[in-house]
Design a binder for this molecule. Structure first.
Ligand code: XIL
Length: 318
């Protein structure tokens, strides 16, 4: 029994965790991560991003990515491959190259073709484009949008589809987990890609939540359904629920309920295929380094000890 075993029993493809190369020398951590009963899926947290994969133009480095792909294969775990096109973690040759429209399209296609071909047959999902919108739902300023315009999105999905026709192609973003301008813009992005005659299979709801202000289960479900009505599936891709540290016992109680409502929403929506937490232990969470004074966001603590109330809330919500 475990978090993944329950997800599979509920008809989902997986419950999984992000991980990162630097953590893999911690053998106690790896033992927990490799327990299929809890984790049936891995997402490389950084290894597949542009700056890791193509640090100089047309020179590709797959060693870190391959390490995590091989670990997942050894453990019998599925893989979400993350991410091909994002405004962050780009190499400076790309951001400061001053490339014109035609050249940047060539660079974009070359990157995607090379990376998707390298991992062909290994990934269940690819996050093709990540975080294309600002908080108000307008297009985010990025080297891709500023140079190519909105068509960088269908161009990216078309290149990924050509390189691996079998992998499910996802758009992934945060603050699109309930109705609002950013979710509506993401629905329009799905329509845009389809209008180009290009395949898009899914939308990833990152779900970086805050204890006590997590969208309700029904709000999450109806938002998932709005995407599904456009002909795509959904997945919860980067779930964590942060709070001020040190966490109070009332915060931990609320947090257990908040975790349960996301799991229950995914369970209730047939085309929500799985849930991934953004690493499983506070020891390796990205939250404290980005949100000052916050953390305690995951079901295992800094000492790799399971937090029973949160673990059991997830278990019974499945
Ligand atoms: C984060 C990683 O976890 C950190 O290690 C890194 O320093 C920054 O990126 N949304 C995403 C992820 O799509 O790629 C981000 O991952 C977290 C927010």
């Amino acid at each position: 029994d475990g978090l993944n075993a329950r997800a599979v029993a509920a008809g989902k493809l997986y419950f999984g965790s992000a991980t990162d190369n630097g953590e893999l020398s911690d053998s106690a951590y790896v033992a927990g991560l490799s327990n299929w009963a809890d984790f049936g899926q891995l997402t490389p947290g950084n290894a597949l991003k542009w700056d890791s994969i193509e640090p100089s133009r047309d020179s590709f480095s797959y060693a870190n990515g391959d390490t995590i792909v091989d670990l997942a294969a050894k453990n019998g775990q599925k893989l979400r491959c993350h991410t091909l096109v994002w405004h962050n973690q780009l190499p400076s040759w790309l951001t400061s190259g001053g490339f014109d429209n035609a050249t940047l399209i060539t660079i974009l296609k070359n990157h995607i073709t090379n990376e998707v071909t390298h991992y062909k047959g290994k990934c269940l999902h690819w996050d093709v484009v990540n975080e294309a919108f600002e908080e108000d739902g307008t297009w985010r300023s990025s080297v891709f949008y500023n140079t190519i315009g909105p068509s960088f999105v269908p161009i990216a999905f078309a290149a990924a589809a050509a390189a691996d026709p079998d992998v499910k192609l996802y758009y992934n973003d945060y603050n699109i987990e309930n109705a609002g301008g950013k979710s509506t813009s993401t629905q329009n992005l799905v329509k845009l890609v389809k209008q180009y005659g290009v395949k898009i299979d899914g939308v990833g709801l990152q779900s970086h939540f805050i204890v006590g202000s997590t969208p309700s289960q029904s709000a999450q479900q109806s938002n998932m359904q709005a995407f599904i009505d456009l002909g795509v599936e959904v997945a919860v891709t980067e779930l964590d629920i942060r709070t001020d540290t040190p966490a109070t016992s009332s915060a931990v109680n609320q947090q257990a309920k908040d975790y349960a409502s996301t799991i229950a929403a995914c369970k209730a929506v047939a085309k929500c295929v799985g849930v991934t937490i953004w690493d499983y232990t506070d020891k390796y969470s990205w939250i404290p380094s980005v949100f000052s004074g916050q953390g305690s966001a995951l079901p295992w603590d800094e000492n790799l000890k399971k937090k029973d109330s949160i673990y059991n809330a997830i278990l019974s919500a499945w």
